[in-house]
Design a protein around this ligand. Structure first.
Ligand code: HEC
Ligand code: HEC
Length: 375
């Protein structure tokens, strides 16, 4: 962390003791008719160089949302502030916990009204390396686009952007933070577009590339080596070199440095009589293509030991159950991916594969002080 950023975080931290207090009672805005006022405070943005190991890929930073220390700080505060929900009880952080690689441990996330969402929360690690297709069904084109949705979703934060904009404009501290990040002059210029830009800037800093796997495979760190079990697990995980068709071959889909091909597949979860019968149509509901019903984006497996339960609906509680599912080889539904085929694993091989998956856990990512709640 460089010094300016540390300073910003600390000063924001103190500013926010008052901020949390004011969040508690939205009925009592800090000012009523002040939204046209000029904002005091400096605008001197410090551009932010993303620091990441190059093997992770090309970062995607839109030219109309360059990263600055002030933008990231604002995004981090918005991410951890319940001001984004109708009753000031929840925010992004309520379903995305840093210590669980920004998932929430539930099969299906629950919003402010206690209604479960239809799906399981997703890890937010390494999203800067994704070009498009956010969410399980790929319905959001960018992180900026994505961040518009939870605020107004009834089963999530259940507020309106109009109201959130007003709360931010009337707030004691946010106007100068928005000015520091984006150079606006009046409180009324605080908009949803700027709020989602700041959230996306913060999310782009959530980079995980320092697991045991990375140390052994990418950094050639000689103080680290795989155990025999982990090595055996890696070999089972990787695509077969034509030894036998009965091979897990996970890298057919969980490929590359982020363990995803970023494509949509039916990985054989549901035994349905026809493609119209999936409970969740997934990609098919987004693009209207019947054959894509029941397909979902391959998720990254980074930090997978921390993100149970598994799959879009959280149906599996353990990695053992996930492996038992794959070993079964699907149900012969017509759009199942051809790489979903039955295979046999001995108990020892199963444990080896699980041991390998555990090497993808990156404790420096979950403990990174810059990713934690600033309040
Ligand atoms: C009520 C719980 C809940 C809240 C609140 C919430 N999320 Fe999520 N988040 C989810 C769920 C569930 C999904 C998967 C939804 C889907 O695929 O339909 C998700 C998916 C995402 C994704 C997509 C990740 C990927 O790999 O494509 C991003 C990014 C994200 N959330 C960021 C946020 C931000 C930013 C906020 C606050 C503005 C937020 N979330 C608030 C539950 C929540
Ligand atoms: C045909 C492509 C494909 C193959 C092969 C494949 N997966 Fe997957 N995997 C997916 C897709 C797609 C999903 C998400 C499915 C859903 O939620 O509906 C997924 C989900 C998962 C999840 C849950 C992730 C989460 O965040 O909930 C784990 C764990 C997983 N796969 C591990 C494996 C392992 C281990 C193998 C090898 C035995 C494997 N996969 C083989 C495509 C594949």
């Amino acid at each position: 962390m460089n010094h300016t950023f540390k300073f910003l975080v600390l000063s924001a931290f103190f500013a926010c003791c008052s901020l949390m207090a004011s969040c508690d009672d939205d009925e009592m805005p800090d000012c009523d008719d002040c939204t046209d006022e000029l904002i005091t405070g400096p605008y001197a943005p410090t551009s932010y160089e993303l620091d990441f190991p190059s093997f992770l890929g090309q970062p995607n930073i839109p030219s109309d949302n360059p990263m600055t220390e002030q933008g990231i700080l604002l995004g981090r505060m918005l991410f951890f502030d319940p001001i984004l929900s109708a009753d000031s009880t929840m925010g992004c952080f309520s379903c995305h916990f840093p210590e669980q690689s920004f998932t929430d441990g539930l099969a299906k996330s629950v919003g402010i009204q206690g209604i479960p969402t239809p799906r399981s929360s997703m890890s937010l690690a390494n999203l800067v390396f994704m070009e498009k297709d956010f969410f399980w069904d790929g319905r959001s084109a960018s992180l900026e686009d994505q961040a518009f949705l939870p605020i107004e979703a009834h089963d999530e934060l259940n507020d309106s952007w109009e109201n959130v904009e007003l709360k931010l404009q009337r707030h004691n501290d946010y106007p100068s933070l928005f000015r520091a990040a984006f150079g606006i002059e009046r409180k009324s210029e605080i908009t949803r577009d700027l709020a989602v830009k700041a959230l996306a800037q913060f999310e782009r800093t959530l980079i995980s590339g320092n697991s045991k796997y990375d140390k052994v495979v990418w950094f050639n760190d000689l103080s680290q080596e795989f155990t025999e079990e982990e090595q055996q697990g890696l070999e089972l995980f990787e695509v077969e070199t034509a030894i036998t068709l009965e091979h897990p071959g996970c890298t057919h889909c969980h490929s590359g440095p982020n363990f995803t091909d970023n494509k949509f597949h039916n990985n054989g979860l549901d035994d349905v009589p026809s493609l119209a019968d999936f409970t969740d149509l997934g990609r098919g509901a987004v693009n209207g293509v019947f054959f894509d019903n029941g397909t979902f984006r391959t998720p990254s497996l980074r930090n997978i030991a921390l993100t149970a339960p598994y799959m879009h609906d959280g149906r599996f509680e353990t990695l053992e159950q996930v492996l038992d599912h794959y070993a079964q080889g699907g149900h012969g539904v017509e759009n199942e991916d051809p790489n979903i085929r039955p295979f046999d694993l001995t108990e020892e091989e199963k444990q080896a594969l699980i041991a390998f998956l555990h090497t993808l856990t990156d404790t420096s990512f979950i403990n990174n002080p810059n990713h934690q709640n600033p309040f």
